[in-house]
Ligand binder design. Structure first.
Ligand SMILES: [Cu+2]
Length: 140
């Protein structure tokens, strides 16, 4: 009787430990991490400046990563990123924008807003917490 109970406990511990493994999608394929680290080759999607002077950019997190992974905005205008994570099959559960000190959690199916005003032209890179999945904002 005692042995059976021990077995059940071990099984429980295992089951509890499995979902805690972060970034397992990436861990399975190491080559993916290296490839994704390069700037996305995708042509930037231009985000127009709205009447309120703000460029609103809708981003989604899917199993493919951030979409679109490259957006173009204008320097000197506030940018509002509205980010919605649509899948649990991603480790991009946060958006890290190192240059601006932004670390924004991305709850499932809930649009969250990240706002900043880029003053200079160039690119801003953002990524998941483990820096596997990334995207860029091109500032012109
Ligand atoms: Cu990751």
């Amino acid at each position: 009787m005692k042995t059976i109970l021990m077995g059940a406990l071990a099984a429980l511990t295992l089951a509890a430990a499995t979902p805690a493994a972060a970034c397992d999608e990436h861990a399975k394929k190491d080559t993916h991490a290296g490839a994704a680290r390069a700037a996305p080759a995708e042509k930037p999607a231009a985000a127009p400046v709205g009447k309120n002077g703000v460029s609103t950019v809708e981003l989604t997190v899917t199993s493919k990563g951030f979409e679109p992974a490259n957006v173009k905005v204008k320097a000197g205008h506030p940018v509002r990123l509205v980010v919605t994570r649509k899948t649990d099959k991603t480790c991009a559960k946060e958006l890290i924008l190192d240059d601006l000190g932004i670390n924004q959690p991305l709850p499932l199916d809930t649009p969250v807003t990240v706002e900043f005003t880029p003053s200079e032209t160039g690119t801003l890179r953002y990524a998941c917490a483990m820096d596997h999945i990334s995207g860029i904002v091109t500032i012109q």
